[in-house]
Design a protein around this ligand. Structure first.
Ligand code: T3D
Length: 263
């Protein structure tokens, strides 16, 4: 029986999504794209999912495109990488960024090529100490894609973005956390426990506020202060009408923990 290339399970408000081609370092083939898209669509649609945790099976998080599918026989036409990005990779990055629920990424091993940038598209990225991030593209004659040229300079500045992209060196998880590429580096053995705890905390939080935080922070780099102030005003007006806001204020006054329901 063939194994599913992406595993999806929901527990206690959290969807655990696992890239599952460990023998190929969880590199992407079209089936894995389709399954991951389905998992993200289900996470968006299901009310019982209030946070997503993305990780990889085996020793890698994801090695990007499966290069076995990109070997061109002499005389054969080259693959249309633009089509691949437009129809497969870009929709995934957009789905992660526009999902109105927080996405935690547990980088359990090497994250290379589009695999590295898929991780950077997530909202909170934790990585085990032995994990590493490789903008491997230039080594095969490409440039960073799947949002790499967008995320890198915004997260770590142009000098580091340029170094990572041009040199295509491995960046260890500790250094990735130190320079602000990711949220936190953990011991390998503690990674999934910590990532699950973060996802569980988010899954019991004010989901609409989290969606609003994503929308406004991701809009911020493109906006003037005026535009951002207006966006905050408009979104906060909506949040002020939610059940979770009413509950948060009541819980504060009653000196108890709030019971947010994501509404
Ligand atoms: O094509 C399009 O549609 C456009 C979009 C492109 C997006 C992209 O992601 S392009 C970039 C593709 N990815 C890479 O270039 C990464 C290639 N892999 C590596 O650089 C290294 O393997 C790693 C840094 C990921 C890991 O290094 P290491 O030393 O830990 O492992 P290894 O020995 O290199 O690899 C282990 C095995 O996995 C090996 O197979 P073997 O020799 O044991 O049979 C290796 O060939 C295989 N493998 C690793 N990455 C890929 C892969 N097989 C297919 N595709 C891969 N991406």
């Amino acid at each position: 029986m063939t194994q599913a290339s992406v595993l999806f399970e929901v527990q206690d408000g959290c969807a655990l999504v696992t890239l599952n081609r460990p023998e190929k370092l969880n590199s992407f083939i079209p089936d894995m794209h389709a399954r991951l898209r389905e998992a993200l669509a289900a996470s968006a649609a299901r009310e019982d999912v209030r946070a997503v945790l993305l990780t990889g099976a085996g020793r890698a998080f994801c090695a990007g495109q499966d290069l076995g599918e990109r070997v061109v026989a002499p005389g054969a036409p080259p693959p249309d990488l633009g089509q691949s990005l437009g129809t497969l990779y870009n929709p995934l990055v957009r789905a992660l960024r526009t999902l109105e629920k927080p996405v935690v990424c547990a980088v359990n091993g090497v994250a290379a090529g589009a695999g590295a940038n898929l991780a950077l598209a997530c909202d909170i990225v934790l990585a085990g100490r032995s994990a590493r991030f490789v903008q491997a593209f230039a080594k095969i004659g490409l440039m960073p894609d799947s949002g790499g040229t967008y995320f890198l300079p915004r997260l770590v500045g142009m000098a580091r973005a340029m170094g990572l992209a041009l040199l295509a060196d491995s960046l260890g998880a500790e250094d990735a956390a130190r320079i602000g590429l990711i949220w936190r580096c953990t011991d390998d053995a503690a990674l999934m426990g910590e990532a699950r705890a973060v996802a569980a905390a988010l899954a019991s939080g004010p989901t609409k506020a989290y969606g609003a935080i994503k929308e406004s922070l991701y809009a911020s780099p493109h906006n003037t202060l005026d535009a951002q102030l207006n966006l905050e005003r408009d979104i906060q007006r909506e949040l002020g009408r939610t059940e979770d806001y009413r509950e948060g204020v009541a819980a504060f006054k009653e000196k108890r923990a709030p019971a947010f329901r994501g509404r």
